[in-house]
Design a protein around this ligand. Structure first.
Ligand code: 9WN
Length: 437
């Protein structure tokens, strides 16, 4: 059975790999290359097809703009089964956007640094992989320069995101607090996602109005970062995004040390790390909640909800061991229990929790993968084991879905996975988790 499932995971990834040298997250629903998906996918490929893993990352990094920015979606084809597509985003408005690929004008969590390190860890031929990393690593460093120079207006070592789609956790109830501060116009558009997936599992029309309105403001200003920082109604310091940046900084330091030379870059990375980690702990930790939270930089206030992102700093070694204990207690207290799989994407004790809907409660395998490794970092072996066991069990029971109900007992509802099926990162990270003790 396990062997069969492993083969199935490989089949999912191979079927989603495209001629252009990239992998779609899920056929029909997501027909292009997404930034953080690509990183997780490359980790899966690295276990059985190193060349595909390299191609995935090479293609993603090839979409980099002249200012170091790497976009959230690279539109390799003219496929019109996804909305909003290239014609809506118009990345060409930015003077330094890629001339080779059309893309969005927003980004996604900075996975590339730690992905290169994972690929090196997994590779059997370390020399060959290090040669590949030597080719690509400066692009990732330049991407981090972009973040610190353009996304940190107060020079705090914490970068902002200007759109919920930049977070990756797109429909989190955290964003409801921002939507309450906005009143966008109603847009006329044709949704494509709800032709692939039941509408009850996806965001509402009104939520999409907000998403489109923020992009319109950015477009009116040719995606200029300074203008976005000044005008976007959505400007958030996200703990997940910043934890991944810090994790990738650390990976770059260790990879540059392996490569040798590059002292200046290592020095810069160390300076970023010291500042970012200190600010992160000071500004984003909510003592009363016992968890890290998002900060609304536009309205200067913390958004005090607990999400699976609240625990992601474990992955980047951000909390002290004492604080890590507090975090794990919060996680087990609110998200744990015999009747639930780890780890819901949103606080199950909160009124906004919805176990079936997109990022409003279901379990996501990429989050579980990060939390599994994060718990291992701090030697919470039992909880880490449970995180891994629950992830594998969900996939064994339901298949390689995009997300899963965290409830073990769904009453009269037929239990199933949700969103897209044959979903690439669920397959890729299943492959990695079963190979990691
Ligand atoms: C918008 C591709 C992406 C993931 C995101 C997930 C979902 C897109 C959408 O799919 O977002 O980027 O159309 O809903 O929320 O994390 O990268 O898998």
């Amino acid at each position: 059975m396990k062997q069969e499932l492993y083969k199935k995971a490989i089949a999912v990834l191979d079927a989603n790999f495209q001629d252009g040298g990239f992998t779609i997250p899920s056929a029909g629903l997501y027909p292009f290359q997404w930034k953080w998906d690509s990183g997780f996918i490359a980790i899966g490929f690295a276990h059985y097809d190193v060349e595909k893993a390299k191609t995935e990352m090479r293609t993603l990094l090839d979409s980099q703009w002249g200012n170091g920015f790497i976009p959230h979606i690279v539109f390799h084809t003219d496929n019109d089964s996804y909305f909003p597509g290239a014609d809506f985003h118009q990345s060409e408005l930015h003077p330094l956007s890629s001339k080779k690929y059309r893309s969005t004008g927003m980004t996604q969590p900075p996975v590339s640094g730690f992905v290169l390190q994972e690929m090196h860890r997994i590779a059997e031929d370390k020399n060959d992989m290090l040669n590949f990393i030597k080719e690509e690593i400066d692009k990732v460093f330049d991407n981090h320069v972009y973040f610190y120079e353009n996304r940190d207006p107060k020079d705090e070592g914490l970068v902002y995101i200007y759109h919920n789609w930049e977070s990756g956790t797109d429909n989190s109830p955290v964003w409801d607090d921002i939507w309450d501060t906005m009143n966008p116009p109603e847009y006329n558009f044709v949704r494509k996602d709800t032709t692939h997936v039941d509408a009850s599992q996806r965001p509402s029309k009104r939520e999409y109005d907000h998403y489109l309105y923020i992009i319109d403001i950015a477009k009116q200003n040719n995606y200029d970062d300074g203008k976005i920082a000044e005008l976007s109604p959505f400007l958030v310091q996200d703990p997940l995004f910043n934890a991944m940046l810090i994790k990738s900084n650390q990976a770059l330091i260790e990879l540059y040390e392996l490569i040798g030379g590059n002292e200046d870059k290592i020095k810069t990375l160390l300076q970023w790390q010291a500042k970012s980690i200190a600010s992160f702990n000071e500004k984003l930790f909510d003592v009363e909640l016992g968890a890290y939270v998002h900060y609304d930089l536009r309205n200067e206030k913390a958004i005090r909800h607990i999400t699976s992102s609240s625990f992601s700093p474990l992955f980047a070694n951000i909390p002290s061991p004492e604080r890590a204990k507090v975090l794990v207690n919060t996680m087990m207290d609110k998200f744990g229990g015999d009747d639930r799989y780890l780890c819901a994407s949103f606080d199950p004790t909160n009124d906004r929790f919805n176990p079936r809907k997109y990022w409003r409660g279901p379990v996501w395998i990429n989050m579980n993968w990060m939390l599994f490794l994060g718990l291992k970092n701090y030697d919470f072996s039992n909880v880490a084991e449970q995180m891994k066991k629950d992830s594998i069990e969900l996939i064994e029971r339901y298949g390689f879905y995009e997300y899963f109900d965290c409830r073990k007992d769904t009453g009269n509802e037929k239990p199933t996975g949700y969103g897209g099926n044959n979903f690439s990162w669920s397959a890729a990270l299943y492959i990695d988790m079963v190979n990691t003790d």
